[in-house]
Write a protein that binds this ligand. Sequence first.
Ligand code: URA
Length: 263
Amino acid sequence: MGVWIAGVPAGGRAARPMVAGDAPSPRASNVRLVKYLAHAGIASRRSAELMIAAGRVTVEGELVTDPARDVGSGSAVEVDGRRLTGPEPRVVLALNKPVGVVSTARDTHGRQTVLALVPCEGLRLYPVGRLDIDTSGLILLTNDGELANRLTHPRFEVPKTYRARLGGGRIGEDALRALRAGVELDDGRTAPARVRRVGAQEIELTIHEGRNRQVRRMCQAIGHPVLELVRTRFGPLTLGDLAPGANRALAADEIERLRALSL
Ligand code: URA
């Protein structure tokens, strides 16, 4: 399917020379340099900060190391000597990641990445958070570095729901209670989770933390190793009937609901 583009004007206003008497609206369209880079799809906000600190960014030919420097839509911003063309249209895709695909943008071992499964059409897309290679389900991809950053920041506690098929025999009430209360892991106790049984050996679990292999480690800790794991919800979005490997572009109202989560 093609890429749906949220209603952002592609080139902004048509350029016209400033004339005497034009009402100045200083800073009206200015943004901080770090935000400008993130919106240009160059990098996540964090990577943009590092690029600026490393002295790779110039504005109007001047080296700038202050991420808060004001930049206007017409500013000449260069990264490593290459002029940026301005913000890309904002895109958010939902993908049903199949097992065996890595959720990083690049893989040093040559494995298939989530980016290979979606139409990029020249856009610099980034996965929003991670799913293990052996986990399938809903993952978002966007060129909006700032949105990606916020949705994965622990402060916003975005809830994520998983279906897990577990080994270790029938799941008892005490196991469910332990998951709900929080489980002691080697990186600390997990926050309370919403958990319900959906079969003798299957549960649905909602957490808002994003620790490495968290669901697998929680279930292992209570004696029920994960045999199969699927993410079915991310914040307000559901996997629905998206087939493994398929993607869809989010509608404008879905993107708005995601943004509202991180305000
Ligand atoms: N928890 C896990 O254990 N794996 C995932 O991929 C996501 C959450």
